[in-house]
Structure formats: C-alpha cells, structure tokens
Design a protein around this ligand. Structure first.
Ligand code: TMP
Ligand code: ASP
Length: 240
C-alpha cells in the first residue's frame, strides 16, 4: 500500500489516501502542541514512539475484543488504518484526579477517584474543545444515543484492559483521551492514537510523570520519559 494524496495535516499526524478507498495511511510527526496549539515544540523521536506504542496497544485491545481502526504498521512512522468518519468527541476517562479535573473540582492531583469517570469534549479547535454532555451530543447530532452507549461501554472496557497492562509495566494509568470513528457500515471503532501524548502515565512507585505533561508543564526530560515508557511497554507487551 502506498501513500497517495495528503488528505489532512493535524497537530501530531498527517493522513494520506491509499489505492484502497477504505484504507488510509497515518504518519506520525515529532511536533508537539499544548493548550489548543498555543504552545508549540518538537519532541525528537516522538512520532516513532507514538506510532509503535499506539499500534501495540490497539493490537492488544483487538485481542481483548475491542474493535479498532488498526490494520498494519508500515514503517517507523507510518500505519495503515481503516478509513473512518471521526465522531467529533474527545472521550476522557479518569482513574486519578489530575489536570483539568483536579483544577475544576478542587481536588489535589494524585487523589484516587472512587470510580472511573467519563467526560466528553466537543472536538472543535475554534471553540477550544468545550466540555459537552450526552444530551448536547445528541442535540447537536454529533452521535446518536446508541452510538454514545457503545462509545461509553468501549471506553470503560479500554480503561480496564489498559489499566491492567500498564500496571504490569509498573505504570499507573491516571487518565487518557480516546477518539472513535464510524466505518462505512456505521460500526463504531476505536480510532486516532493511544500514546504518551494522550494518556497520563505515572511510575507506580515514584509517581514520576512519563508522558506529555513533561512538555505541557516544562518539567524537562521529555524525550527520556517517552523512551522510558516505550521501553516498559516493549518489556511487557509479549505477555499481555
Ligand atoms: P485534561 O486533564 O487536561 O482534561 O486531560 C485529560 C487527558 O486527556 C490527559 O490524559 C491528556 C489528554 N488530552 C489529550 O489527549 N488531548 C487534549 O487536547 C487534552 C486537553 C487532553
Ligand atoms: N493536543 C492538544 C493541543 O495542542 C493539547 C494537549 O494535548 O494538551 O491543543
């Protein structure tokens, strides 16, 4: 499968057409942004790590019965995926208070939540991805009631599988963001990426941050953190 026309360039990835109208190639960049693109930078080698990590985790989730867009890794940065129509929602699951949740609700970062939470943001850069509830989603026709139910069920299942896997690596899955898409027959599948850009991952013993918060918060050691979390994944993925 070869890269055809570039269809889209996002903040962290480019998307290309292929000979097959049902398949696309995504190409991961080293570019990093935060705060709706206000902060810009590069993280050397990030594209390779995010590509390989996302693919490894999607393969794992497929094995556990969760449908994804993943087809085949083509190279260090390029992956063949099923073409989907993205549901314009950022689906955020949290196990531990951090980031915007800690700030909104006045909870100290690192506090265990009594149960996992789910929230939706409307994917819209011009509006800075505002929080949105299920009724808003249906009223704006971003997804149907059935699709919202499917997305919630899949997102919590993803959480259970990823929590288990990262625990085996000595890593706490604090929170993460997922995106879902519709195949041409309407089936909802997990899309986009699962990487240190889209998850908060803390060392289980020290709570050291091994994710993009090192870039967002100018903590230093960004590249080292991406390499460390990838190394942990590679050491444990075969047994998962
Ligand atoms: P938040 O605490 O800033 O709302 O972030 C929750 C999770 O979602 C965290 O793991 C980072 C991830 N995330 C993204 O992947 N993309 C985004 O644009 C934002 C704001 C968060
Ligand atoms: N990717 C997001 C942006 O630049 C933000 C983030 O990941 O924090 O807007």
């Amino acid at each position: 499968m070869t890269k055809g026309t570039q269809l889209y360039e996002g903040k962290a990835k480019k998307v290309f057409a292929t000979e097959d109208p049902q398949l696309l190639i995504v190409s991961y960049k080293d570019d990093a942004t935060a705060f709706n693109g206000l902060k810009k930078g590069t993280i050397a080698g990030k594209g390779v790590i995010n590509n390989k990590m996302s693919n490894a985790l999607m393969r794992l989730l497929e094995k556990k019965g969760i449908p994804t867009h993943f087809v085949e890794q083509l190279s260090d940065r390029d992956t063949l995926v099923k073409k989907v129509q993205i549901v314009p929602l950022e689906v955020i699951i949290r196990n531990i208070a951090a980031g915007s949740f800690a700030k909104h609700y006045g909870v100290e970062e690192g506090t265990d939540l009594a149960c996992p939470t789910i929230e939706f943001s409307y994917k819209n850069d011009a509006l800075a991805d505002p929080l949105i509830n299920e009724y808003h989603v249906m009223a704006l026709q971003l997804a149907t009631k059935e699709e919202v139910e499917t997305i919630k069920t899949l997102a919590f299942k993803v959480n259970e599988e990823l929590k288990k896997f990262w625990a085996s690596c000595g890593v706490t899955l604090v929170d993460f963001k997922l995106e879902f898409g519709r195949l041409s027959d309407g089936t909802i599948v997990l899309a986009d990426e699962i990487s240190p850009d889209t998850c908060r991952l803390w060392d289980s013993k020290t709570n050291e941050k091994l994710d993009k918060d090192r870039f967002r918060r100018d903590l230093g050691g960004v590249e080292d953190a991406y390499h460390e979390i990838m190394k942990r994944l590679e050491e444990h993925i075969a047994e998962a």
